[in-house]
Design a protein around this ligand. Structure first.
Ligand SMILES: [Zn+2]
Length: 253
């Protein structure tokens, strides 16, 4: 079987045995793939910076039938994205994006997801260190929208009544978005979404930038995003990157 040659981004990487590394790649043509890079730790020459998180390049993947782990023949890096590793806020933001792509339950064939993720890493890499939170929130909602999980924002998620854009609404993760006053009063466990927060999510999903967030607004958005994500995952398994990101351990400096 001829190897697949496709663009790929490293979303996760860890050492395997003494000399190798296992990577989880988002590929342009074959969704997410786990690959073994044999000898990668022994020979930096062969794989170079391709073993680093968020690197992007042309991967040569050798598939074997009925295997979950494929073999990486080569990964020729076109963009190392070292700017994501140089700032802890950017790194944490990019890690959350990786966690979303790796854990969200979507069809692997989701067309165009590669472009959305690529653009998201680029925006985080270009973000001012003080604005990495905004860049990650925007990218996360764009990815979620692209995967087909857009929450209702302008009509009630339950009864489909139009919602006044100028008022605070209840947002219910289980209902799938914003609720009208009538449905909101009977929904358990919903969050209050003020108009600027609803506007920001709408802008992000459209691929636009939202006005800069205050610290309190950013925190509320992080929590809302994590709860939305957890609702769709349907599991309590820990979201490690989210935890680090939300706790803001990176901002202690
Ligand atoms: Zn309603």
């Amino acid at each position: 079987m001829a190897p697949l040659v496709t663009e790929a981004i490293v979303l996760h990487a860890f050492d395997y045995l003494e000399t190798s590394r296992i990577l989880r790649l988002l590929t342009r043509e074959a969704g997410v793939q786990s690959v073994l890079a044999r000898g990668a730790r022994r020979s930096r020459k062969r794989f170079g910076s391709a073993m680093d998180l968020f690197a992007q390049g042309i991967a040569e993947i050798h598939f074997r039938p009925n295997r979950e782990l494929q073999t990486l023949g080569a990964l020729d890096v076109t963009r190392a994205r070292s700017e994501l590793g140089e700032d802890v806020g950017r790194f944490t933001a990019a890690s959350v994006i990786s966690e979303i792509v790796l854990r969200f339950p979507y069809e692997e064939s989701a067309a165009g997801i590669f472009d959305v993720v690529e653009e998201c890493f680029d925006r985080i890499g270009a973000a001012d260190p003080g604005r990495t939170l905004d860049a990650a929130l925007g990218g996360a909602w764009r990815i979620i929208a692209h995967l087909g999980f857009t929450p209702a924002l302008d009509v009630c998620a339950n009864c489909h009544a139009p919602l006044d854009p100028g008022i605070a609404v209840a947002f219910s993760h289980s209902a799938g978005g914003a609720l009208c006053g009538r449905c909101g009063t009977v929904a358990a466990g919903s969050r209050v979404l003020p108009p600027p927060a609803r506007d920001a999510i709408r802008m992000w999903m459209n691929g636009d930038d939202a006005p800069p967030l205050t610290t309190a607004e950013a925190r509320a958005h992080q929590r809302l995003l994590r709860e939305f994500f957890q609702e769709h995952l349907g599991t309590d398994r820990e979201l490690r990157a989210f935890r680090v990101w939300e706790q803001g351990a990176w901002s202690a400096a």
